[in-house]
Design a protein around this ligand. Structure first.
Ligand code: KIV
Length: 262
């Protein structure tokens, strides 16, 4: 899948798979994979830089990682980049500048958390030709207000409010939605309520697709095992074994051998 048009056309057809990528290295694996789309998530701040939250991500940081990922993908996949912390909350001009940075870096669409209070920004970007993907439910940029990383949309009132926000995003013109950490029934209801693809992360099996963090799904994030993550590979073990073998070979004097020497 290479464009927002192909992305939108998949609603109700085949499920969409999305992986994060932050570097040229991950992007090269993804370019040759069956994964449909790539997200340069602001989770780069936590996964790569070891920050406790995503607050440290800035438009410049996101643009730098987006450019690296775009080079690695070489146009092979639809590429979404995250609007970082508060970038949609400073008004239309800073938001346009952030979108310009991300699209010039190679993104095909931007993802923006939340909707209340910045519908005008989202509408303006969409009308300016910038495809926008919404992000509702557990929105990590609001983790202070949410009281931590918790399941959202539990109970009738919270579920109704989340459905209202999804419809508001659709009315503002988004091309799709990410919905994070909500009960499966709510994931299903949101998916049925809007005509654009709804991509879940911890939102159950009924959405139009799934997104996972590259490092989480490949077992490359030591100590992180949220309920909604399935580890499709044991990257931690592979890397640890490789490092051990290297260190042993050096200490035992078996690396480098004659074939590895000039
Ligand atoms: O930043 C991120 O990685 C994300 C996804 C996990 C949805 O927003």
């Amino acid at each position: 899948m290479k464009s927002v048009l192909e992305f939108k056309a998949r609603k109700g057809k085949a499920p969409i798979s999305i992986s994060t990528a932050y570097t040229h290295w991950e992007a090269r694996f993804l370019a040759d994979s069956l994964v449909d789309c790539v997200l340069v998530g602001d989770s780069v701040a936590t996964v790569v830089d070891g920050e406790a939250t995503t607050f440290a991500a800035t438009p410049e940081l996101m643009a730098r990682h987006t450019a690296a990922v775009a080079r690695g993908l070489g146009g092979a996949k639809f590429l979404i980049a995250d609007f970082p912390f508060l970038a949609a909350r400073k008004g239309i001009v800073p938001a346009v500048e952030c979108a310009a940075l991300l699209l010039r870096a190679g993104a095909h669409a931007v993802k923006i958390e939340g909707v209340d209070g910045h519908e005008d920004v989202i509408r303006h970007l969409v009308q300016s030709g910038v495809p926008v993907i919404g992000h509702l439910g557990l929105t990590p940029q609001s983790m202070q207000a949410l009281g931590g990383y918790k399941v959202q949309g539990r109970g009738e009132a919270a579920a109704a409010d989340l459905l209202r926000q999804a419809k508001a995003l659709e009315a503002a013109g988004v091309s799709g939605l990410v919905i994070e950490c909500v009960p499966s029934a709510l994931g299903k209801a949101v998916t049925a309520a809007v005509p654009v693809p709804v991509i879940g992360i911890g939102a159950g099996p009924h959405t139009d697709g799934q997104v996972l963090v590259f490092h989480d799904m490949l077992g490359l994030n030591p100590g992180f095992n949220a309920k909604f993550v399935r580890q499709f590979a044991d990257g931690n073990k592979t890397v640890a074994n490789g490092l051990e073998a290297y260190a042993r070979a050096v200490s035992e004097g078996t690396f480098p051998n004659s074939k590895e020497s000039y």
